[in-house]
Design a protein around this ligand. Structure first.
Ligand SMILES: Nc1nc2c(c(=O)[nH]1)N=C([C@H](O)[C@H](O)COP(=O)(O)OP(=O)(O)OP(=O)(O)O)CN2
Length: 163
């Protein structure tokens, strides 16, 4: 028998944020999404009957999502162009286009582009400390939906602890 637990989706663990992805070497017009996060943990229940306590995952999700809520998401190291912080502002430039934001409204992320894939990977990296160490878990997936019909899945395979 195999087990999977799922946390999120269905209106929980949702955040709104703005971004301007870089596509075809061009900065998109700034726009927003209401992102929905779902986490799946695959593995065996422990002696208490749980793959992992839902509450631990919910706490982790709240912590990793909070800094992104109502922020403009920008790449620290853009795949094309530059992003720099000066005088309390973040300025992103790509070709002839640029945006300037107050630093406090920006979440500057260690990604090359704020695609759904990169954002899913970023969130999963941040979530791993909350789920690592549970001996029965062999795979963790984080699903990030930017719209009802578009989502990215980031996953990590873990070596199961042997008795
Ligand atoms: N693999 C990916 N493809 C695209 C991403 C992405 O993150 N990963 N992102 C975009 C755009 O940034 C945009 O967020 C989505 O574009 P689009 O689906 O065209 O959105 P619309 O709501 O304008 O499209 P509808 O046709 O109205 O659904 C593009 N690609």
């Amino acid at each position: 028998m195999s087990f999977q637990i799922e946390i999120g989706g269905g209106g929980a663990h949702v955040f709104s944020a703005a971004h301007a992805g870089i596509h075809d070497r061009t900065l998109e017009p700034l726009h927003g999404h209401t992102f929905t996060v779902t986490v799946r943990l695959h593995g065996d229940p422990d002696g208490t009957g749980m793959v992992l306590d839902f509450r631990r995952v919910k706490e982790g999700l709240r912590e990793v999502i909070e800094p992104l809520k109502r922020r403009t998401l920008l790449p620290e190291t853009p795949v094309v162009g530059t992003c720099h912080v000066a005088d309390g502002r973040v300025i992103v430039e790509c070709g002839d286009d640029w945006y300037s934001f107050p630093r406090r409204v920006v979440a500057l992320l260690p990604v090359p582009n704020t695609t759904t894939e990169e954002l899913a990977g970023y969130l999963l990296d941040r979530l791993m400390p909350y789920v690592d160490g549970a001996p029965g878990i062999d795979r963790v997936e984080l699903v990030l939906a930017e719209a009802p019909d578009t989502r990215a899945v980031a996953s990590v395979v873990l070596a199961k602890a042997t008795a």
